[in-house]
Design a protein around this ligand. Structure first.
Ligand code: FEO
Length: 393
C-alpha cells in the first residue's frame, strides 16, 4: 500500500466516504466526504485522530501501512464527535501501551461515548502545553465550540503545520491517488462555505478567538479533519474564515428564497428577479425542492435576501419556517431582507416571517413588504417593482 506523505514526517491515513447518504443525517454530500487522520512518525509516533466507524477497517489498513512494525505512542484526540472518534476504542485496544491525549473536557466527555477503562492511559493537556515526539513537537490550543466544547487544535512547530480539527474542513471526498491532499482554490470555497455555515456557523465568536490564536503562529500548512490539506495561499483560506466567522457578507448579491404551493409565489419571486435584472447578481432558490444547506450557505454569502412564502393553515408555509429557524440557529445577522407574502383570504406569512427575522441580530427589513393575494395583479406587481428599487438602491 502506498504511503501518502504530507511532509517527510507526516503521513495522511484518512479515508473517503462516498456512500454515506447524508452527513450528520442531514447534509447531502453528492461528492462524499473525507474523514482525515494523520500520523507523525518520529522517535515517538502520534496518530492524529481516528475516523468514522463506517471506515475503521480501511483506516486501520492504511495506518498499519505507515506504522509497519512500529507501535503508536500517542493518539491525539482533537474532537470527540463520532465522525472522528468512533474508531478510538478499536485502536486503543489494539495498542494497549498507546496513550490518549486530550484536554480535561475530552476526558470528561469520553465516558459518554466509550465504555472502556483508560485509567493511567491519559495525557491531559491544556492551552499552550507541548508534547515532544523527537524532532517534532506538538503544541495544543483549545478551541471550545468550534464546534463542540472539547475541541482543540495542534501546531507542529518543526514543520509549521496546524492540525485544525473541523476548522477549514470541506465536504467532498479527496479521491487521492499518490499526491498529498490538495484542491484548487476555486473548488475549495463552494463546499467549504456550505460546510462552515451549516456546521460551524453558529459559533462565529469562538472561531474568531481561534483565528486570533492562529495569527500568532507561523503556519505553512493546515491539516483539517475533512477535505484537502491546505499548503499554499493560506491567507486566502484564513481570509474566508475571517469573513464567515464575523458574519460579514462575502459577495454583493440578492438571494431570493421562495416557497410556493401552486406557483403564484414563485411567479412573484421571478418577477422580482426580472425587475432587479442585470443591476445585481440574483440567486433564486426553491425551498421546497432545493437543498436547504445550499440555501443557508447563500443566505450568508450575499449581503441581501428576499423571503417569499404563502400563508398555510393560518401560519407560514412549513419549508419557509424551517429555513428561517435554521438561519436563526446559525446566528444569521447583519443583512438586509425583503419580504413577499402570499395569502388568498387571510395573509399571515409576512407578519410571521418578519417576526422571526426580528428575533435575529441586525436584520433590516426592506420596505415595502409585498402582499400577493393569490396571483399577481397590478397592485402587487407594482409593489414588487418598488421592492426591487429599494433592494438595488
Ligand atoms: Fe467533523 Fe465536528 O466533526
Amino acid at each position: 500500500m502506498n504511503k501518502v506523505k504530507v511532509t517527510d514526517g507526516i503521513f495522511y491515513v484518512g479515508v473517503d466516504d462516498e456512500t454515506i447518504d447524508l452527513f450528520e443525517s442531514q447534509y447531502e454530500v453528492p461528492e462524499g466526504v473525507s474523514y482525515n487522520s494523520y500520523v507523525i512518525m518520529d522517535e515517538k509516533i502520534a496518530v492524529m485522530d481516528t475516523v468514522d466507524k463506517r471506515k475503521t477497517e480501511e483506516w486501520m489498513e492504511k495506518l498499519q501501512g505507515v506504522l509497519e512494525d512500529r507501535t503508536p505512542d500517542y493518539l491525539i484526540i482533537s474532537h470527540l464527535e463520532p465522525d472522528h472518534a468512533s474508531s478510538i476504542k478499536i485502536l486503543a485496544e489494539k495498542y494497549p501501551a498507546m496513550q490518549l491525549v486530550g484536554n480535561a473536557k475530552t476526558f470528561q466527555m469520553f465516558g459518554n461515548f466509550f465504555q472502556m477503562d483508560i485509567e493511567g492511559r491519559t495525557v491531559v493537556v491544556k492551552e499552550g502545553d507541548s508534547l515532544s515526539l523527537g524532532k517534532h513537537e506538538l503544541s495544543f490550543y483549545m478551541a471550545p465550540m468550534v464546534h463542540w466544547p472539547e475541541v482543540m487544535v495542534e501546531y507542529e512547530k518543526t514543520e509549521k503545520v496546524l492540525f485544525s480539527a473541523d476548522g477549514f474542513g470541506k465536504f467532498g471526498a479527496l479521491r487521492m491517488k499518490e499526491s498529498p491532499a490538495e484542491a484548487k482554490l476555486e473548488d475549495w470555497a463552494c463546499e467549504a462555505r456550505r460546510y462552515y455555515f451549516n456546521i460551524v456557523g453558529k459559533y462565529g465568536a469562538p472561531v474568531q478567538t481561534l483565528l486570533k490564536k492562529a495569527s500568532g503562529l507561523d503556519i505553512q500548512m493546515i491539516c483539517p479533519l475533512h477535505g484537502p490539506v491546505l499548503k499554499e495561499n493560506l491567507e486566502y483560506y484564513i481570509g474566508k474564515y475571517q469573513t464567515w466567522s464575523s458574519y460579514e457578507p462575502e459577495d454583493k448579491g440578492i438571494l431570493i428564497a421562495y416557497a410556493s404551493i401552486h406557483g403564484n409565489t414563485k411567479e412573484a419571486a421571478y418577477k422580482l428577479a426580472e425587475y432587479i435584472g442585470e443591476k445585481e447578481k440574483v440567486v433564486l432558490t426553491d425551498l421546497s425542492r432545493q437543498d436547504m444547506s445550499e440555501a443557508i450557505e447563500d443566505a450568508f454569502r450575499y449581503d441581501r435576501m428576499v423571503v417569499a412564502a404563502p400563508t398555510y393553515d393560518g401560519g407560514m408555509f412549513p419549508v419557509m419556517e424551517d429555513f428561517l429557524r435554521h438561519l436563526k440557529s446559525k446566528a444569521y445577522q447583519k443583512r438586509k431582507v425583503g419580504i413577499i407574502e402570499n395569502g388568498s383570504w387571510a395573509p399571515m406569512a409576512g407578519k410571521l416571517m418578519k417576526g422571526l427575522l426580528e428575533e435575529m441580530k441586525q436584520i433590516e427589513v426592506i420596505e415595502p413588504v409585498v402582499t400577493v393575494t393569490s396571483a399577481l395583479n397590478e397592485a402587487s406587481t407594482k409593489a414588487i417593482e418598488a421592492l426591487a428599487e429599494s433592494l438595488v438602491k
